[in-house]
Design a protein around this ligand. Structure first.
Ligand SMILES: [Zn+2]
Length: 89
């Protein structure tokens, strides 16, 4: 299903729309895919370059799985699989 998102109104009153594809939660789509804090490759998909957790509107996760993912990321930060932040000098 496609949807349109209203992004910005110009001064004249024209509405500029951006085309967005509806994302599907990959954990709901694939039952075999488990959220595991030890899986660094998977966890890195949900973390930005600076180490921030990506929001749901970008990852496309459902609310339930986004909660699980953010918890897993926080655990894997503690066991230093994912950095808290990147060193940028
Ligand atoms: Zn889900």
């Amino acid at each position: 299903m496609n949807r349109y998102r209203q992004k910005k109104t110009t001064g004249i009153g024209l509405i500029r729309r951006t085309y967005t594809r509806k994302k599907i939660c990959r954990f709901c789509a694939d039952e075999n895919l488990k959220i595991d804090y030890k899986d660094s490759r998977l966890m890195r998909n949900f973390v930005s370059e600076r180490g921030k957790i990506m929001p749901r509107r970008i990852t496309g996760n459902c609310a339930y799985h986004q909660r699980r993912v953010s918890r897993a990321i926080k655990i894997s930060r503690i066991v230093s699989i994912i950095p808290y932040t990147s060193i940028n000098i």
